[in-house]
Design a protein around this ligand. Sequence first.
Ligand code: ZN
Length: 143
Amino acid sequence: MLVEVNPSKVIMGRLFYGKDLLQELNLICNENNIKLGRIEALGAVQRASLGYYRQPTHEYHFFVLEQPLEITKLVGNISLKESNPFVHAHITLADEQGKTYGGHLADGTIVFACEYIIQVFEGPDLHRLFDEQTGLPLWQSAS
Ligand code: ZN
């Protein structure tokens, strides 16, 4: 499936020390009614909580990295889940040796400093609905 979208505006800013990274991104999208878009960010976190999806059992395994890490890349998208703007993001983090960790960004990842850019799109509503085959809330086309 695919939908055609058009670039609208770009917003950028920073997230404050001590905030929950994923919750703040969701808040920005909800407060600004951003229903479709993409996100990138970089910076550093005080700790991280990431998910890994276990495909055979259709369950997320969450793990915590209890250490300061650089955000070398955060990439995400914005669509609708239960009719609300919803951020889905993956993140790659590096320690002081440059060793990287990555996964599905989860609640509990705490900002040290973070600069984000959100590209807003205009287009048809894109909803996440339960997908039987994967067990995940995946995009469904409206038609
Ligand atoms: Zn994910």
